[in-house]
Write a protein that binds this ligand. Structure first.
Ligand code: TRP
Length: 353
Protein backbone atom coordinates (compact mmCIF):
# COMPACT_ATOMS: atom_id res chain seq x y z
CA UNK A 1 0.00 0.00 0.00
CA UNK A 2 1.17 3.51 -0.81
CA UNK A 3 2.22 5.71 2.09
CA UNK A 4 0.35 8.99 1.86
CA UNK A 5 0.34 12.06 4.10
CA UNK A 6 -2.55 14.51 4.26
CA UNK A 7 -2.67 17.36 6.71
CA UNK A 8 -3.48 21.05 6.81
CA UNK A 9 -4.37 24.21 8.65
CA UNK A 10 -7.15 26.74 8.67
CA UNK A 11 -6.07 30.06 7.17
CA UNK A 12 -7.31 32.30 9.97
CA UNK A 13 -3.95 33.83 10.90
CA UNK A 14 -0.21 33.50 10.52
CA UNK A 15 1.25 30.34 12.00
CA UNK A 16 3.09 30.46 15.32
CA UNK A 17 5.76 28.49 17.15
CA UNK A 18 3.04 26.26 18.66
CA UNK A 19 2.11 25.14 15.15
CA UNK A 20 5.79 24.68 14.39
CA UNK A 21 6.71 22.33 17.23
CA UNK A 22 3.23 20.74 17.32
CA UNK A 23 3.08 19.73 13.68
CA UNK A 24 5.00 21.72 11.03
CA UNK A 25 8.48 20.52 11.99
CA UNK A 26 7.19 16.93 12.05
CA UNK A 27 5.74 17.32 8.55
CA UNK A 28 9.04 18.63 7.25
CA UNK A 29 10.85 15.73 8.90
CA UNK A 30 8.46 13.19 7.36
CA UNK A 31 8.67 14.93 3.98
CA UNK A 32 12.46 14.72 4.00
CA UNK A 33 12.54 11.13 5.26
CA UNK A 34 11.74 9.94 1.76
CA UNK A 35 9.42 7.32 3.25
CA UNK A 36 6.22 8.69 1.69
CA UNK A 37 4.89 8.21 -1.81
CA UNK A 38 2.62 11.25 -1.78
CA UNK A 39 2.34 14.26 0.55
CA UNK A 40 -0.59 16.68 0.53
CA UNK A 41 -0.63 19.84 2.64
CA UNK A 42 -3.99 21.58 2.55
CA UNK A 43 -4.92 25.16 3.33
CA UNK A 44 -8.38 24.55 4.78
CA UNK A 45 -10.21 27.69 3.64
CA UNK A 46 -13.63 26.01 3.43
CA UNK A 47 -13.24 24.79 6.98
CA UNK A 48 -12.11 28.25 8.09
CA UNK A 49 -15.33 29.64 6.62
CA UNK A 50 -17.42 27.36 8.85
CA UNK A 51 -16.87 29.80 11.68
CA UNK A 52 -15.84 32.84 9.67
CA UNK A 53 -18.72 32.97 7.21
CA UNK A 54 -18.96 36.72 7.63
CA UNK A 55 -15.23 37.30 7.18
CA UNK A 56 -14.20 35.84 3.83
CA UNK A 57 -11.59 38.59 3.44
CA UNK A 58 -9.77 37.37 6.52
CA UNK A 59 -9.66 33.84 5.13
CA UNK A 60 -8.52 35.07 1.72
CA UNK A 61 -5.68 37.17 3.13
CA UNK A 62 -4.42 34.38 5.31
CA UNK A 63 -4.17 31.82 2.53
CA UNK A 64 -0.97 33.44 1.32
CA UNK A 65 0.30 33.92 4.90
CA UNK A 66 -0.09 30.22 5.66
CA UNK A 67 1.48 29.28 2.32
CA UNK A 68 4.47 31.50 3.15
CA UNK A 69 4.75 29.92 6.59
CA UNK A 70 4.76 26.44 5.01
CA UNK A 71 7.46 27.32 2.52
CA UNK A 72 9.44 29.12 5.23
CA UNK A 73 9.44 26.00 7.43
CA UNK A 74 10.79 23.85 4.65
CA UNK A 75 7.71 22.33 3.04
CA UNK A 76 9.14 21.79 -0.41
CA UNK A 77 6.72 22.09 -3.34
CA UNK A 78 8.90 19.62 -5.26
CA UNK A 79 8.16 16.97 -2.66
CA UNK A 80 4.79 18.03 -1.25
CA UNK A 81 1.57 19.12 -2.94
CA UNK A 82 0.35 22.32 -1.29
CA UNK A 83 -3.25 23.10 -2.22
CA UNK A 84 -6.37 25.06 -1.30
CA UNK A 85 -9.32 23.06 0.03
CA UNK A 86 -12.12 24.90 -1.80
CA UNK A 87 -10.34 24.35 -5.13
CA UNK A 88 -11.16 20.65 -4.73
CA UNK A 89 -14.98 20.53 -4.92
CA UNK A 90 -14.94 16.70 -4.74
CA UNK A 91 -14.38 17.17 -1.01
CA UNK A 92 -17.84 18.69 -0.53
CA UNK A 93 -19.51 15.86 -2.40
CA UNK A 94 -17.75 13.28 -0.24
CA UNK A 95 -18.80 15.24 2.84
CA UNK A 96 -22.42 15.10 1.71
CA UNK A 97 -22.36 11.31 1.45
CA UNK A 98 -20.49 10.83 4.73
CA UNK A 99 -23.06 12.96 6.57
CA UNK A 100 -25.46 10.03 6.29
CA UNK A 101 -23.08 7.83 8.26
CA UNK A 102 -22.74 10.09 11.32
CA UNK A 103 -25.29 10.97 13.99
CA UNK A 104 -25.84 14.41 15.49
CA UNK A 105 -25.18 12.91 18.93
CA UNK A 106 -21.79 11.61 17.77
CA UNK A 107 -20.64 15.03 16.55
CA UNK A 108 -21.94 16.58 19.78
CA UNK A 109 -19.68 14.23 21.73
CA UNK A 110 -16.57 15.28 19.80
CA UNK A 111 -14.48 17.07 22.48
CA UNK A 112 -12.86 19.51 20.04
CA UNK A 113 -16.26 20.51 18.64
CA UNK A 114 -17.58 20.86 22.18
CA UNK A 115 -14.86 23.24 23.29
CA UNK A 116 -15.03 25.24 20.05
CA UNK A 117 -18.79 25.69 20.43
CA UNK A 118 -18.13 27.15 23.88
CA UNK A 119 -15.26 29.33 22.71
CA UNK A 120 -17.28 30.81 19.85
CA UNK A 121 -20.49 31.27 21.85
CA UNK A 122 -22.32 28.99 19.44
CA UNK A 123 -24.18 27.33 22.33
CA UNK A 124 -27.51 28.99 21.56
CA UNK A 125 -27.36 28.36 17.84
CA UNK A 126 -24.75 26.35 15.99
CA UNK A 127 -24.25 26.94 12.25
CA UNK A 128 -24.93 23.65 10.45
CA UNK A 129 -21.77 24.00 8.38
CA UNK A 130 -19.65 24.41 11.48
CA UNK A 131 -21.29 21.39 13.07
CA UNK A 132 -20.40 19.29 10.05
CA UNK A 133 -16.74 20.23 9.83
CA UNK A 134 -15.48 17.01 11.44
CA UNK A 135 -17.27 15.15 8.65
CA UNK A 136 -15.72 17.38 6.02
CA UNK A 137 -12.36 16.73 7.63
CA UNK A 138 -12.95 13.01 7.16
CA UNK A 139 -13.58 13.77 3.49
CA UNK A 140 -10.25 15.68 3.31
CA UNK A 141 -8.34 12.76 4.77
CA UNK A 142 -10.02 9.94 2.87
CA UNK A 143 -10.11 11.74 -0.50
CA UNK A 144 -6.33 11.45 -0.61
CA UNK A 145 -6.28 7.90 0.77
CA UNK A 146 -4.08 9.25 3.54
CA UNK A 147 -2.36 6.64 5.66
CA UNK A 148 -0.69 9.21 7.89
CA UNK A 149 -2.03 12.45 9.34
CA UNK A 150 0.55 14.53 11.21
CA UNK A 151 -1.35 17.08 13.31
CA UNK A 152 -1.39 18.74 16.70
CA UNK A 153 -2.88 16.98 19.70
CA UNK A 154 -6.12 19.00 19.51
CA UNK A 155 -6.95 17.22 16.24
CA UNK A 156 -7.01 13.74 17.79
CA UNK A 157 -10.83 13.62 18.13
CA UNK A 158 -11.15 14.56 14.44
CA UNK A 159 -8.98 11.68 13.35
CA UNK A 160 -10.90 9.30 15.61
CA UNK A 161 -14.16 10.45 14.08
CA UNK A 162 -12.67 10.04 10.61
CA UNK A 163 -11.67 6.46 11.39
CA UNK A 164 -15.23 5.70 12.47
CA UNK A 165 -16.56 7.07 9.20
CA UNK A 166 -14.07 4.93 7.27
CA UNK A 167 -15.13 1.79 9.14
CA UNK A 168 -18.80 2.56 8.74
CA UNK A 169 -18.45 3.32 5.03
CA UNK A 170 -16.44 0.18 4.40
CA UNK A 171 -18.87 -2.02 6.30
CA UNK A 172 -21.93 -0.58 4.54
CA UNK A 173 -20.60 -0.23 0.98
CA UNK A 174 -17.62 -2.59 0.92
CA UNK A 175 -13.90 -2.02 1.45
CA UNK A 176 -13.24 1.32 -0.27
CA UNK A 177 -11.66 3.90 2.05
CA UNK A 178 -8.22 3.91 3.66
CA UNK A 179 -7.93 3.92 7.44
CA UNK A 180 -5.60 6.78 8.52
CA UNK A 181 -3.16 6.92 11.43
CA UNK A 182 -2.49 10.07 13.40
CA UNK A 183 1.13 11.14 14.05
CA UNK A 184 1.80 13.35 17.08
CA UNK A 185 5.15 14.85 18.06
CA UNK A 186 7.16 12.50 20.28
CA UNK A 187 8.43 15.35 22.50
CA UNK A 188 5.78 15.97 25.18
CA UNK A 189 6.53 19.69 25.47
CA UNK A 190 5.67 20.01 21.78
CA UNK A 191 2.16 18.61 22.16
CA UNK A 192 0.70 21.81 23.43
CA UNK A 193 3.01 24.77 23.76
CA UNK A 194 1.55 27.32 26.22
CA UNK A 195 1.24 31.00 25.36
CA UNK A 196 3.94 33.41 26.52
CA UNK A 197 1.51 34.35 29.33
CA UNK A 198 1.47 30.75 30.54
CA UNK A 199 -2.12 30.17 29.39
CA UNK A 200 -2.68 26.61 28.20
CA UNK A 201 -3.12 27.52 24.56
CA UNK A 202 -1.26 29.83 22.24
CA UNK A 203 -3.95 31.72 20.39
CA UNK A 204 -4.24 34.81 18.32
CA UNK A 205 -7.27 36.09 20.21
CA UNK A 206 -5.36 35.86 23.50
CA UNK A 207 -2.42 37.82 22.03
CA UNK A 208 0.08 35.39 23.52
CA UNK A 209 1.76 33.97 20.41
CA UNK A 210 5.24 34.10 18.96
CA UNK A 211 4.73 34.01 15.19
CA UNK A 212 7.09 32.40 12.71
CA UNK A 213 7.07 35.72 10.87
CA UNK A 214 7.95 37.85 13.94
CA UNK A 215 11.14 39.87 13.57
CA UNK A 216 14.06 39.05 15.89
CA UNK A 217 13.48 42.12 18.09
CA UNK A 218 9.78 41.25 18.47
CA UNK A 219 10.63 37.68 19.49
CA UNK A 220 13.13 39.02 22.02
CA UNK A 221 10.59 41.39 23.55
CA UNK A 222 8.04 38.59 23.82
CA UNK A 223 10.54 36.20 25.39
CA UNK A 224 11.71 38.78 27.93
CA UNK A 225 8.06 39.39 28.91
CA UNK A 226 7.27 35.70 29.35
CA UNK A 227 5.67 34.35 32.50
CA UNK A 228 7.87 32.15 34.69
CA UNK A 229 7.48 30.70 38.17
CA UNK A 230 5.51 33.42 40.03
CA UNK A 231 7.19 32.45 43.32
CA UNK A 232 10.70 32.83 41.95
CA UNK A 233 11.08 36.42 43.11
CA UNK A 234 14.77 36.75 43.88
CA UNK A 235 17.67 35.14 42.05
CA UNK A 236 18.64 33.09 45.09
CA UNK A 237 15.11 31.63 45.52
CA UNK A 238 14.54 28.05 44.36
CA UNK A 239 12.44 28.00 41.19
CA UNK A 240 9.97 25.60 39.64
CA UNK A 241 10.49 24.25 36.14
CA UNK A 242 7.23 22.27 35.89
CA UNK A 243 4.56 24.40 34.28
CA UNK A 244 7.09 27.22 33.81
CA UNK A 245 6.60 28.43 30.22
CA UNK A 246 10.26 29.39 29.76
CA UNK A 247 11.36 25.85 30.55
CA UNK A 248 8.55 24.28 28.53
CA UNK A 249 9.79 26.27 25.51
CA UNK A 250 13.34 25.09 26.22
CA UNK A 251 12.06 21.50 26.42
CA UNK A 252 10.47 21.99 23.01
CA UNK A 253 13.29 23.80 21.21
CA UNK A 254 16.61 23.29 23.00
CA UNK A 255 19.35 21.00 21.74
CA UNK A 256 22.49 20.19 23.75
CA UNK A 257 24.72 21.92 21.21
CA UNK A 258 23.09 25.26 22.01
CA UNK A 259 24.70 25.12 25.46
CA UNK A 260 28.20 24.92 24.01
CA UNK A 261 27.30 27.80 21.72
CA UNK A 262 25.35 30.16 24.00
CA UNK A 263 25.66 29.04 27.62
CA UNK A 264 28.82 26.97 28.10
CA UNK A 265 28.51 26.95 31.92
CA UNK A 266 26.02 24.09 31.48
CA UNK A 267 26.21 20.88 29.46
CA UNK A 268 22.53 20.36 28.93
CA UNK A 269 19.00 21.34 29.92
CA UNK A 270 18.96 19.02 32.95
CA UNK A 271 21.88 20.90 34.48
CA UNK A 272 20.23 24.26 33.84
CA UNK A 273 16.95 23.05 35.37
CA UNK A 274 18.80 21.65 38.36
CA UNK A 275 20.43 25.02 39.05
CA UNK A 276 17.11 26.84 38.68
CA UNK A 277 15.42 24.47 41.13
CA UNK A 278 18.29 24.80 43.61
CA UNK A 279 18.16 28.60 43.48
CA UNK A 280 20.75 31.12 42.32
CA UNK A 281 19.73 31.27 38.67
CA UNK A 282 17.81 34.34 37.53
CA UNK A 283 14.93 34.36 35.05
CA UNK A 284 16.64 36.97 32.88
CA UNK A 285 19.60 34.70 32.23
CA UNK A 286 17.33 31.80 31.27
CA UNK A 287 15.20 34.02 29.03
CA UNK A 288 18.26 35.42 27.27
CA UNK A 289 19.34 31.87 26.56
CA UNK A 290 15.86 30.91 25.34
CA UNK A 291 15.89 33.92 23.04
CA UNK A 292 19.19 32.77 21.49
CA UNK A 293 17.83 29.25 21.05
CA UNK A 294 14.67 30.57 19.39
CA UNK A 295 16.70 32.84 17.15
CA UNK A 296 18.86 29.88 16.07
CA UNK A 297 15.68 27.95 15.18
CA UNK A 298 13.54 30.77 13.78
CA UNK A 299 16.21 32.88 12.05
CA UNK A 300 16.52 30.56 9.01
CA UNK A 301 12.71 30.23 8.81
CA UNK A 302 12.32 34.02 8.83
CA UNK A 303 14.96 34.41 6.11
CA UNK A 304 13.29 31.83 3.88
CA UNK A 305 9.95 33.54 4.42
CA UNK A 306 11.43 36.87 3.31
CA UNK A 307 12.81 35.23 0.19
CA UNK A 308 9.36 33.85 -0.72
CA UNK A 309 7.71 37.19 0.10
CA UNK A 310 9.63 38.55 -2.89
CA UNK A 311 8.03 35.87 -5.07
CA UNK A 312 4.30 36.05 -4.29
CA UNK A 313 3.19 35.28 -7.89
CA UNK A 314 5.28 32.09 -7.73
CA UNK A 315 3.58 31.14 -4.47
CA UNK A 316 0.18 31.48 -6.15
CA UNK A 317 1.45 29.33 -9.04
CA UNK A 318 2.49 26.66 -6.53
CA UNK A 319 -0.98 26.73 -4.94
CA UNK A 320 -2.75 26.57 -8.28
CA UNK A 321 -0.63 23.74 -9.64
CA UNK A 322 -0.98 21.90 -6.31
CA UNK A 323 -4.74 22.32 -6.35
CA UNK A 324 -4.93 20.74 -9.80
CA UNK A 325 -2.89 17.73 -8.71
CA UNK A 326 -5.02 17.42 -5.58
CA UNK A 327 -8.27 17.57 -7.49
CA UNK A 328 -7.20 14.72 -9.77
CA UNK A 329 -6.47 12.49 -6.82
CA UNK A 330 -9.73 13.38 -5.04
CA UNK A 331 -11.72 12.73 -8.24
CA UNK A 332 -10.31 9.19 -8.42
CA UNK A 333 -11.40 8.46 -4.87
CA UNK A 334 -14.81 10.01 -5.51
CA UNK A 335 -15.26 7.65 -8.48
CA UNK A 336 -14.49 4.68 -6.23
CA UNK A 337 -16.94 6.01 -3.64
CA UNK A 338 -19.73 6.43 -6.18
CA UNK A 339 -19.12 2.97 -7.52
CA UNK A 340 -19.18 1.48 -4.02
CA UNK A 341 -22.42 3.34 -3.28
CA UNK A 342 -23.88 2.21 -6.61
CA UNK A 343 -24.56 5.76 -7.74
CA UNK A 344 -22.33 5.51 -10.83
CA UNK A 345 -25.33 5.30 -13.14
CA UNK A 346 -23.67 5.86 -16.49
CA UNK A 347 -20.62 3.61 -16.14
CA UNK A 348 -22.08 1.07 -18.60
CA UNK A 349 -24.04 -2.07 -17.70
CA UNK A 350 -27.41 -0.53 -18.55
CA UNK A 351 -29.95 -3.09 -17.31
CA UNK A 352 -33.45 -2.83 -16.00
CA UNK A 353 -32.41 -3.73 -12.45
N1 TRP B 1 -8.78 21.18 11.51
C1 TRP B 1 -7.46 21.55 11.09
C2 TRP B 1 -7.09 22.85 11.84
O1 TRP B 1 -7.84 23.34 12.60
C3 TRP B 1 -7.36 21.79 9.61
C4 TRP B 1 -7.73 20.60 8.78
C5 TRP B 1 -8.79 20.53 7.91
C6 TRP B 1 -7.08 19.34 8.73
N2 TRP B 1 -8.83 19.32 7.32
C7 TRP B 1 -7.81 18.56 7.78
C8 TRP B 1 -5.98 18.78 9.38
C9 TRP B 1 -7.48 17.23 7.51
C10 TRP B 1 -5.63 17.45 9.09
C11 TRP B 1 -6.38 16.69 8.17
O2 TRP B 1 -6.03 23.38 11.64
Amino acid sequence: MKKVILTGDRPTGRLHVGHYVGSLSERVRLQNSGDYDEIYIMIADAQALTDNAEHPEKVRQNIIQVALDYLACGIDPEKSTIFIQSMVPELTELTFYYMNLVTVARVQRNPTVKSEIKMRNFEASIPVGFFCYPISQAADITAFRATTVPVGEDQMPMIEQCKEIVHKFNSVYGETLTDPQIVLPSNKACLRLPGIDGKAKMSKSLGNCIYLSDEADVVKKKVMSMFTDPNHLRVQDPGKVEGNPVFIYLDAFCKDEYFAEFLPDYQNLDELKEHYQRGGLGDVKVKKFLNKVLEAELGPIRERRKMWEQRIPDVYDILQAGSEVAEKKAAETLNDVREAMKINYFDGDFALN
